[in-house]
Design a protein around this ligand. Sequence first.
Ligand SMILES: Cc1cc2nc3c(=O)[nH]c(=O)nc-3n(C[C@H](O)[C@H](O)[C@H](O)COP(=O)(O)OP(=O)(O)OC[C@H]3O[C@@H](n4cnc5c(N)ncnc54)[C@H](O)[C@@H]3O)c2cc1C
Length: 501
Amino acid sequence: MIKTITKEVFYYNMKNIVVGAGIGGLSIAALLAKKGQQVTVIEKNSTPGGRARLYSEKGFKFDMGPSWYLMPDIFEDYFKELEIKVTDIYNLVRIDPSYRIFFEDGSKVDVYASLEDNIKLFDELEPEGGEKLKKYLEKAEKHYKIAKEDLLYRDYNRLLNLIDGRLLLNGLRLPIFGDIDSFIQGIFSSDKAKRILEYSIGFVGGSPKNTPSIYYIMNHVDFKLGVWYPIEGIWKVIEQLYEICLKNGVEFKFNEAVEKINVKGVAHSVDTDIQHYISDNIIVTADYAYSELNLLDEENRSYDKSYWDSKLFAPTALVIYIGLNKKLTKLLHHNLYLAGDWNLDFETLYDPDTPSWPNEVSYYVNITSKTDPTVAPKGKETIFILIPLPSGIKDTYENREKWYQQIVSHLEKLADEKIIGYEEVKTIFGPEDFKRDYNAYNGTSLGLVHTLNQSAIFRPSHLSKKVKNLYYTGQYTHPGIGLPLVLISSQILVDRLIKKT
Ligand SMILES: Cc1cc2nc3c(=O)[nH]c(=O)nc-3n(C[C@H](O)[C@H](O)[C@H](O)COP(=O)(O)OP(=O)(O)OC[C@H]3O[C@@H](n4cnc5c(N)ncnc54)[C@H](O)[C@@H]3O)c2cc1C
């Protein structure tokens, strides 16, 4: 039967190659397949998920990268496009207390799901702290809504969108200029209040001094929208996306690395280490900098090496996975240790000249078994520790062991329990692994940080500037880093692809 030819039907059955099966690759593949297109996803690793892969050993299940499920509204919006309700595919629970922060002076605070409890907390931190927090969060909520509607979902590849009056007007109402450090310091006087509100900047890979003040909306995200956890871990989201892709006919090629993107006037085909694939569209979700510099001939690159060298990348990281054969009662699901000299910590991270182990080390500890009995054998804990490190740091077996001993013996003090000697699983994932496993440019854990000139229109484009039918999605593109933002990036690109006819 011949249907009315709408733009979407016209576009039906095009062939798409997606490079990479991280959340970027899975989310774009699912949307395209839902629209009736043929999709083949090529992934160099053996499983889907990319940085959000699952690692399991001896009954312990670790999310290898992301552990904070934030912005549940964005996940809902994404799955709605697939006509799926989040509640039908995974079980979300709100974490309360949201997290525990340990300070260098030995004190600790818990941030709660309830606003009233957090108001009490801030009253203890500084005079009228609670009232200030309340007003600050009210404003952050208003600005989050504006930013979500007018900035996050905006397709900056369209000129018309750039000169849209509403954007300009609303843009002017947002605190875009100035850094978040000065912004928060202008409101809160206590060092602890400031740090509690600033740590979340780590989610977008930056430091408080290089991140625009508008990112204070992240405080609305964690204080008001809440910190959530899908039972079985972030992996459950990846697994469900993968299943949806399979159900909609997406073909997956694992253990196959794309080595070349061929251009014949337009994007034409890819060569992997195994096969040659011809396609109508090629969508790259692998590390943007790596892909442009290694998979394309020079004349086909939108950005040359000097472009990438001029950019600010998120640091690399050391990630420790421990399957512990006992429980730790003094730690929560999410725990942060914030070191003494906050600024020194960030300075070392972003100093490319002397990549060394920071003098002041802040770190994050996630224990999913506090909430979820499915991720660890009974009576045991699944522990994930994340330490940001400067790119270029010497990552050797000896260094890793030294770093491990330093961090884990420090953690033993916070936990008031021995950990070393009780590990059933002990695995360290370092800067060299980021390069080897994900082709991460200089081992970056998160790609381009969200400075003002690396946000929105200034992020690398979804559309190749040189090659027709070559596209990009994932954390390098607008809106940026983190699972929910990558979902939006794929929504923007699919919308663009469908409308392109
Ligand atoms: C340690 C860590 C903690 C994080 N914590 C959080 C968090 O708590 N919450 C949150 O929301 N976000 C978090 N993030 C960020 C989030 O994980 C990323 O922004 C997101 O997963 C990026 O998805 P992506 O698809 O863009 O990239 P990737 O996940 O890197 O996917 C790209 C894929 O491309 C593949 N690939 C590369 N080269 C090739 C090639 N030549 N051929 C074929 N395949 C190739 C890679 O193997 C990879 O699978 C964290 C990230 C890390 C590393």
